[in-house]
Write a protein that binds this ligand. Structure first.
Ligand code: ZN
Length: 263
């Protein structure tokens, strides 16, 4: 049985990195799924990766959003950042008012959201651009964020967190290439998109299927692979089998609200 997320959250002497999938849906999501968001508990730190549509609601099952030390947005597709617009209201006029929240993401993130939601109320979110190509940020408490551009909507950054010898990597959306396995090298847990299940990925479409995700995890030498971000109508059992065959290590689906320990 999966450990209880809130119990882990209270235990700062526990495992160094705990990933809670908050939203695992794709560009359109299955009923009951919300779009991309992953909460990482790292000692006394908490970092959220992406904030797709519907995910702010589910995130509040895990943590008060104003208590997050950093929100990192991988790219500008709305299924990874649309709830910034709800977060703006929460932080400026709602329960988070008076606090500020660090948001790292692609250049133009604030302007993109403001173009839709209006230009006021954004100062509660302290935006920082992720440098082109990749980089490294100290998030405090020994927690290090590394990021690397991967083949998808330019720029899209895969994200890696390291703490105390444990590491997890989130591939964002991506296509095949050396970038993700290089960033994810030796990580304990790799969270990888599987948009196309066990289907062929259409020519020129920058996403992955299960076999490709498994191969990337094998090349990374990841300890464990978690598949996510699959279109609702596709056969997930077949995708899981394809990923397992290609990886040769443990593979499962990321499940909303079910924490995974790294390290
Ligand atoms: Zn995308």
């Amino acid at each position: 049985m999966a450990p209880d997320a809130r119990a882990i959250a209270r235990d700062v002497s526990g495992p160094p990195l705990v990933l809670v999938p908050v939203g695992v849906g794709a560009a359109y999501a299955r009923s009951g799924e919300v779009q991309s968001c992953y909460l990482v508990r790292a000692g006394d730190r908490a970092v959220a990766l992406d904030l797709g549509a519907g995910s702010l609601n589910r995130l509040q099952d895990q943590i008060a959003p104003e208590d997050i030390d950093a929100l990192v947005i991988s790219h500008l597709h709305p299924d990874h950042c649309a709830d910034l617009m709800a977060l703006r209201v929460y932080m400026t006029w709602g329960p988070g008012r008076g606090r500020t929240l660090r948001v790292l993401g692609p250049p133009g993130l604030r302007e993109r959201a403001a173009a839709f939601a209006g230009s006021d109320g954004w100062d509660a979110l302290r935006f920082e651009d992720l440098p082109a190509g990749g980089g490294e940020h100290d998030l405090g408490g020994g927690l290090v964020l590394r990021h690397r551009e991967v083949p998808h909507l330019p720029p899209t950054h895969a994200l890696r967190l390291d703490l105390g010898g444990a590491a997890l990597c989130y591939g964002a959306d991506c296509a095949e290439g050396p970038e993700l396995p290089e960033l994810a090298a030796g990580c304990d847990v790799l969270v990888c998109e599987c948009s196309f299940g066990a289907e062929e990925v259409p020519e020129g479409v920058p996403h992955l299927n299960g076999a490709q995700a498994g191969e990337l995890a094998r090349r990374a030498g990841a300890g464990r692979l978690l598949l996510t971000h699959c279109f609702p109508e596709l056969d997930r059992d077949a995708a899981l089998a394809a990923a397992r065959a290609a990886f040769g290590g443990p593979v499962d689906w990321a499940r909303q609200g079910e924490p995974v320990v790294a390290g």
